[in-house]
Design a binder for this molecule. Structure first.
Ligand SMILES: Cc1ncc(COP(=O)(O)O)c(C=O)c1O
Length: 492
């Protein structure tokens, strides 16, 4: 926390003690949240079960209700109106995975004696991913290892926990610190909060890449790990991984490459001849990586891979207990029981897509992204942040970009709002590579820009929320607002 942030926190704590300030904030929150609640709860009035029904409801009726929901929601992503979210989405692919999930619906990797297939699937998912990341190719040994987790956040958190425990055990570090560019995923901040690792944020330069000099300066005797992204979630930019990993290697600390977003794109983009810097275990300083099978790996939601350069590091991830009256207990990741069906679906995806399928998919995504990047660059009111490959962020010096987001929402688009600086982004997927989708995106974007230009003062939508978040200097207050949003999601 810098001096300004500290001063604001003191001010905020003082302001919170003044009832009038609290009342004012509450009023503002209530107004905003009432608006949000309407759009977050579309089924509230038609179907609601706040308590277990006395008598079981007919299965056919339940299926009908759920099919109605599914169809309404499918309409949103199927035609490519959503940034990221569904990365493949072809009908035959989904049908195949649904069969695999159904076949394995009872499987639980915790009971490896009952479901040895689940263990086999996970071992091979890790091996295939490690190989794709040039694991054994560079070490000459099969030491690059890992685990299947529930998603990118868990993969990241597992690695950060492993570094904390490794550094405590091997180096006696009791006050661990991590060096993380501000553009790295929020899961690193979550790890810092959950595991008591002090966060040392470093800034990014005009290309939205981590500032190497700041990374160098931030290292001290308590540093356990440096983090780089391939690419970052907000701007789709690859950090200067080679230079950053050299610093980590020299100082004998961990270097984690977060390839949750790019792990299943970059290896193929490189093969296709795109300008991709070395981002994986070929860099000797890289000690761990995260790569999401449930994004561009095209598996169903709920799997990701965390990789380590050696078995020693992975041991600090594992949990074991030999004293529990419940018996000898051990589990590789945070959960105990886990859905084996998801690992089965992930394995089946990787086998059925194959190298050729990943290459073809990446080719389509890159081609679509190239078209969209060029077309956005041609819109005079907009500019692209940095030099991204396929996750494209754009802002405006003339218009309220959040109003452009709202104008796009009216045209059914669901694109991500970013801030610090204010911008939007679209992560290109196979959905956008469908015929006519990229053209429709650009047409709608141009219309939205033109609309905001003539009517900059329209009300409603997300613009006031981002506006409020930007205008409240107190980050705690914004955090409170987000917690209240989560409360709404759990309201029946
Ligand atoms: C770069 C990056 N890292 C980590 C994550 C977290 O992944 P998940 O949402 O699967 O937890 C994301 C998600 O978009 C990401 O883009």
């Amino acid at each position: 926390m810098n001096i300004k942030e500290k001063a604001l926190q003191i001010l905020e704590n003082t302001a919170k003690k003044i009832p009038a300030v609290n009342r004012l904030l509450e009023k503002e929150y209530d107004k905003l949240l009432a608006e949000i609640e309407k759009s977050a709860k579309p089924y509230k009035d038609s179907v609601s079960y706040p308590i277990i029904p006395e008598k079981g409801i007919d299965r056919a009726e339940i299926l009908k209700t759920m099919t109605d929901f599914q169809q309404k929601e499918e309409n949103k992503w199927k035609d490519g109106f959503v940034s990221g979210a569904v990365y493949h989405g072809d009908h035959e692919h989904i049908e195949f995975l649904n069969k695999v999930v159904a076949l394995n619906s009872q499987s639980n990797p915790l009971h490896s004696d009952v479901w040895p297939s689940a263990g086999k699937y996970e071992a091979e998912i890790v091996s295939m991913t490690a190989n794709m990341m040039n694991g054994s190719a560079v070490t000459g040994k099969d030491e690059v290892c890992g685990a299947v987790s529930s998603g990118g956040t868990e993969s990241i958190m597992l690695a950060m926990k492993a570094y904390r425990d490794w550094a405590r055990d091997k180096k006696g570090i009791k006050k661990p610190e991590m060096i993380v560019p501000i553009t790295a995923h929020a899961a690193f901040d979550k790890s810092s909060q959950y595991f008591g690792i002090k966060m040392r944020h470093v800034a990014v330069d005009e290309n939205y890449q981590a500032k190497v000099k700041e990374v160098k300066r931030a290292v001290n005797k308590n540093t356990i790990v440096i983090v780089g992204s391939a690419p970052t979630f907000p701007h789709g930019i690859i950090d200067p991984l080679e230079e950053m990993s050299k610093i980590a290697r020299k100082r004998k600390i961990g270097f984690h490459v977060d390839a949750c977003l790019g792990g299943f794109v970059l290896p193929w983009a490189e093969k296709l001849g795109y300008d991709v810097p070395v981002f994986d275990f070929r860099l000797p300083g890289v000690t761990s990586m995260s790569a999401d099978t449930h994004k561009y790996g095209y598996a169903v939601k709920g799997t990701s891979v965390v990789l380590y350069r050696n078995l020693e590091l992975r041991h600090y991830q594992f949990y074991t207990t030999s004293d529990w009256p419940g018996g000898l207990y051990f589990s590789p990741t945070f959960a105990g029981s886990r859905p084996g069906s998801l690992s089965a679906a992930c394995w089946a995806t990787m086998l059925s897509v194959g190298e050729k399928g990943y290459l073809e998919a990446t080719k389509k995504i890159m081609k679509t992204a190239d078209y969209i990047k060029k077309a956005i660059a041609d819109i005079p009111e907009l500019f692209i942040l940095g030099n991204p490959l396929w996750v494209i962020s754009f802002g405006s010096n003339e218009l309220d970009i959040y109003k452009v987001m709202d104008a796009m929402s009216k045209r059914h688009w669901s694109i991500n709002g970013l801030h610090k600086p204010s911008a939007l982004h679209i992560a290109i997927t196979l959905r956008h590579a469908q015929k006519g989708v990229a053209e429709r995106f650009i047409k709608d974007l141009k219309k939205s820009v033109a609309e905001v230009k003539v009517q900059p003062k329209t009300k409603g939508g997300m613009a006031p929320i981002y506006g409020l978040a930007a205008s409240i200097p107190f980050r705690g207050a914004v955090g409170d607002l987000l917690k209240r949003y989560l409360d709404i999601l759990y309201k029946v």
